[in-house]
Design a binder for this molecule. Structure first.
Ligand code: FAD
Ligand code: NAP
Ligand code: SF4
Length: 677
């Protein structure tokens, strides 16, 4: 079977009565940063149009506020703003007349980026910038009118519908939960009263926009809060939403302040779809599920199990605009899969930067980075098949250049072959599958087990040479660094070095944490097993206590080993990790009793262990293994040999600059260079 017949549920149209969504693939809402950027609407138009052309049934835009106090960010309120939004809707409908686009209405409530932010009660969120003002009756009425106006303007702007977000700790959800709604008037107290505001928002919108406009309500089906919503409350709210005219219930699984990862790469695929499935049984309108559904086979399984009517994929659409068309035409193996790293998307959002994608730097940069056919095809040698070399080779070959890709190893991938072995990073296999397929598809001449030399390259008749030879691990200048107890992270990850029971890790960057994860973990990777994941994070999917987590203690399996993670800097250990994922790694290490020590001076290593100075106090860490994770230096002898030879030689990735290098930078740099050659 190929194409649509492989995914019969995914490609089944969904009839909403007054309109039909052509398939069950939804591009879920994601703030991109373009909403507020100068010229951002033109860029968003291109970004969404490419996804519509890529076959998605329906798009939900990033959130727009109904007024200033709702966010301090982009909004849809005035006629002038309607004109801007028309750029998006007409681009999408021109690109694919049968694709739908809805706008998300986002009232951030206590999480708004303005000191005028509002909430039912003046309860500051753990992740909010400001203490919110309690909403008076007049203010409540103004917000209701503004929601109504925003939806009417969205219709005017050419959207097919709106989604209102009622989850995540934004305004509507704070009415529902007692912790954030301490009112004693008609908007607080009983659950009936706490539901009143969200229901009134949707009732008024429906009355204002008419019946032939898609209305989606995003519900916190499991908010992951201690004392959060009970299952009965979730079901009651969803049923009431149905009564007030909502067409589709979209399930969401977390408040931003909750301490449970729900989209990071360590979360199993479709981990929360079963919750949507239970809710779906209670309703007669369609439901959307989401979170860690990144490939068509996972989407198909979810739909076939009856867990949802529509599958939302937000980040996967950043990673590959053509995901749906590739699935439809039997080319799922060509999909550039979202690895759920958050490095170029959510980490950027929370740092106030424009979003893109680690594996696809064109995402949100469609008007700035294009891979046009080469005017003069050249013969190019790319040395190194790590992320930088692979990406360069793929784009150059796709543009029509003749590419030879050389790697000393017996497999493509460079350091990704180490990354993929870390529990929770299994998605890296997908990136390697993607590049493997691109090499075949674009006829790249791949030469593995071949160490490139200057002579080989000089004699090869190439027009351009790209050096993507990566890095070598830094070896600290320390007495005893050649002691037999000292191991490199490469040998440890590859299983070539024995690791003892008392271990010190020198260096607490991304690799130090990954090595700590590898050696402190026991049993199957939680990312591959929903039950283990639920146990580790204290989620009870079966009984659904309040928030899914109330009263459940996380149970963590750990290796029989004492691990100490060290760094010289005085900053908290792990501060440099990803903004949206770093906390999960730090918490996991704490739960596994990994000691994390900062402000360390390394003195020497000998049979007694690792000698250090911590806060002017000399100490000997009585360890039997020291693993060095002390960063990297560029590997560029080959470049140095060729430089000045008269050949056209380029450096990319770790070979160009190893300091603070990650795959995001390596792939981004390679993409821009390969687009320009
Ligand atoms: P490399 O990946 O080092 O590839 C260089 C390639 O060149 C190798 O395949 C090598 O065999 C080849 N080569 C070298 N010399 C020659 C020669 N003379 N002839 C032929 N071939 C040669 N980054 C992230 O962004 N996110 C992560 O979550 C992440 N996790 C990581 C986890 C681990 C355990 C490790 C080790 C790294 C991780 N990284 C991560 C870092 C990321 O993998 C690197 O930044 C990236 O691989 C650098 O890409 P590169 O192509 O420049 O070099
Ligand atoms: P890194 O993040 O730069 O960390 C290197 C560590 O080594 C630091 O803790 C540094 O801290 C220490 N160090 C540096 N020089 C040293 C020396 N001479 N002696 C002893 N210690 C020294 O690099 P990395 O951990 O090797 O990771 C490489 C890249 O891969 C990084 O850019 C990282 O972002 C990326 N990566 C990302 C992830 C992810 O999940 N996003 C995971 C793995 C890797 P002190 O100087 O304070 O000791
Ligand atoms: Fe997915 Fe990472 Fe790209 Fe975000 S940056 S879309 S998480 S691959």
């Amino acid at each position: 079977m190929t194409g649509t017949s492989s995914y019969p549920h995914l490609f089944e149209p969904l009839d909403l009565g007054f309109t039909t969504i052509k398939n069950r693939a939804l591009m879920g809402s994601m703030h991109t940063g373009l909403e507020e950027a100068p010229g951002g609407f033109g860029r968003m138009a291109a970004y969404y149009a490419e996804r519509a052309q890529g076959g998605v049934g329906m798009i939900i835009t990033g959130g727009f506020g109904p007024n200033h106090e709702s966010g301090g960010l982009a909004k849809l309120e005035t006629d002038e703003e309607v004109t801007q939004h028309r750029m998006i809707t007409s681009a999408v409908h021109d690109a694919a007349p049968d694709a739908k686009i809805c706008m998300q209405i986002l009232h951030m409530g206590p999480l708004a980026w303005t000191d005028e932010c509002l909430a039912p009660s003046p309860v500051r969120s753990r992740v909010g910038m400001f203490a919110p003002q309690e909403m008076s009756e007049e203010v409540i009425e103004k917000q209701l009118k503004d929601f109504e106006n925003c939806a009417v303007q969205a219709r005017e702007a050419g959207y097919d519908g709106v989604e209102v977000i009622g989850s995540a700790g934004y305004l509507l959800s704070t009415f529902l939960v007692e912790k954030t709604n301490q009112r004693t008037d008609q908007w607080g107290g009983s659950y009936e009263n706490r539901m009143r505001f969200p229901l009134e928002v949707m009732r008024r919108i429906r009355a204002a926009v008419g019946n032939d406009f898609i209305l989606v309500f995003r519900i916190a089906a499991m908010d992951m809060l201690q004392g959060g919503m009970s299952w009965d409350e979730v079901v009651t709210l969803a049923k009431k939403m149905e009564e007030v005219g909502v067409n589709i219930i979209s399930t969401h699984f977390v408040w931003h302040e909750a301490a449970v990862p729900t989209i990071a790469t360590m979360v199993p695929r479709a981990a929360f779809a079963g919750v949507t499935g239970r809710l779906r049984k209670e309703l007669s309108i369609p439901t959307i599920t989401s979170n860690r559904i990144n490939m068509p086979d996972t989407a198909e399984e979810v739909l076939a199990r009856g867990d949802a009517d529509i599958v939302s994929m937000a980040r996967p659409m950043l990673a590959d605009a053509e995901l749906v068309n590739k699935a439809a035409t039997g080319r799922a193996d060509e999909i550039n899969t979202c690895i759920a790293c958050n490095q170029a998307c959510l980490d950027h959002t929370f740092a106030g930067k424009e979003v893109s994608c680690l594996v696809n730097p064109r995402a949100c940069h469609e008007t700035q980075l294009s891979y046009d056919a080469a005017v003069t095809p050249k013969s190019i040698a790319v040395v190194g098949a790590g992320p930088a070399g692979l990406n360069y080779a793929t784009i150059a070959a796709q543009r029509g250049h003749k590419v030879t890709l050389i790697d000393a190893s017996d497999e493509i991938g460079g350091q990704f072959n180490l990354a993929k072995q870390i529990p929770g990073k299994e998605e890296f296999y997908e990136t390697l599958r993607y590049f493997g397929r691109m090499i075949e598809l674009h006829g790249i001449d791949l030469r593995l087990k071949t160490r490139a030399t200057a002579e080989m390259l000089k004699d090869g008749g190439y027009d351009e040479i790209v050096i993507a030879t990566g890095i070598e691990p830094r070896v600290p200048d320390l007495e005893g660094i050649d002691h037999p107890m000292v191991k490199t992270y490469i040998d440890v990850i590859q299983g070539k070095a024995e690791v003892g029971r008392r271990v010190a890790i020198m260096g607490a960057g991304g690799i130090g944490f990954d090595v700590a994860e590898l050696i402190s973990h026991k049993g199957k990777s939680a990312a591959l097993d929903i039950d283990i994941f639920a146990k580790e994070w204290g989620i009870d999917f079966e009984h659904h206590p309040r928030g899914g987590v109330t009263g459940i203690e996380p149970v963590v399996e750990k290796a029989d080993r004492e691990v100490t993670l060290l760094q010289r800097k005085a900053t908290p250990v792990g501060r440099g990790l990803g903004k949206t994922t770093g906390w999960t790694h730090r918490l996991t290490m704490r739960r596994r009793d990994v000691k994390m020590i900062n402000g360390v001076e390394y003195l020497r290593i000998n049979d007694a262990g690792l000698h250090v100075m911590i806060g002017n106090e000399p100490q000997v860490l009585d360890v039997d293994t020291v693993i060095v994770c002390a960063g990297q230096t560029p590997l560029r002898e080959l470049y140095d040999e060729l430089d000045g030879s008269g050949m056209s030689v380029h450096l990319v990735g770790g070979a160009f600059e190893a300091s603070e290098l990650d795959a995001k930078r390596a792939i981004n740099q390679a993409s821009y260079l390969a687009a320009a050659i």
